[in-house]
Unconditional design. Structure first.
Length: 245
């Protein structure tokens, strides 16, 4: 076991795959990231059961966002965290699936947290919530995961909430609520791609903004009560949110 541990430490020190610091740009603009991705791919081909190269290959493609800021705050309103989501989602899911026993990940919560960001970049708020719920169970990332979970639930029920209580003025809306309403326009500062405000005259919901299948069970009591399609059912220990999708 000691020999295996020593070999693992030596591998981490010598392999480009196991870098922990990259420039704040994507692989298309970073030779260091491309070298890490190539080396991780080599290690995966040699030992496909090891979850670590999958995890680190995903990390080599990961760019952001700054965890201290929300998506509706400058400069991260566009929610881009990678250049291309599909390969990164694949690698984090494979890393989590293969993580067990001696080949466990040191920080699985980070993988779940980032999977939530990736799903959000794709606009899949349902899967984002599921990932952030798993992340919220990990003390190392629980605070950030809970904040993002709150944000995702608000987005998931946003259309129903606005339909039940239509806004009188676009200026009162935040970034995502503005995007939900026909007649309202996002005001963007091009210099740093930041959200400045919302302008125009509300004319109703944009077509197709409601999720086709809303899973009420993903909502807590606050957000359950904000959508007419869901209802809160009190229980002995904890209530549940149910209803038709």
């Amino acid at each position: 076991m000691l020999l295996a541990l020593a070999a693992s430490i030596a591998l981490a020190q010598s392999s480009p795959c196991f870098q922990y610091s990259f420039p704040p740009v994507g692989p298309s603009r970073s030779a260091d990231r491309r070298a890490a991705i190539e080396d991780c791919s080599r290690l995966i081909a040699a030992e496909p059961k090891d979850p670590r190269p999958y995890y680190h290959r995903a990390a080599a493609r990961w760019i952001g966002p700054d965890p201290a800021r929300g998506w509706n705050e400058r400069p991260h309103f566009d929610i881009r965290v990678v250049e291309e989501t599909a390969p990164v989602i694949f690698d984090y899911e494979e890393a989590l699936k293969r993580s067990k026993g001696e080949l466990g990940l040191a920080d699985p919560g980070v993988a779940w947290l980032r999977l939530g960001y990736l799903r959000a970049q794709d606009g899949n708020w349902t899967e984002a919530i599921r990932a952030w719920r798993r992340a919220a169970a990990d003390a190392a990332v629980a605070r950030e995961a809970r904040a993002r979970l709150h944000f995702a639930q608000a987005r998931l029920v946003g259309a129903d909430r606005l339909a039940a209580n239509p806004p009188a003025r676009c200026e009162s809306l935040g970034f995502w609520d503005c995007a939900f309403i026909r007649g309202c326009s996002l005001v963007v500062e091009d210099a740093d791609r930041s959200f400045k405000g919302c302008s125009g005259k509300p004319k109703g919901l944009e077509p197709g903004v409601r999720p086709l299948n809303l899973d009420c069970s993903l909502l807590d009591e606050t957000f359950c009560e904000q959508t007419p399609r869901c209802s809160w059912r009190p229980g002995r220990k904890a209530g549940t949110c149910g209803g038709a999708g």
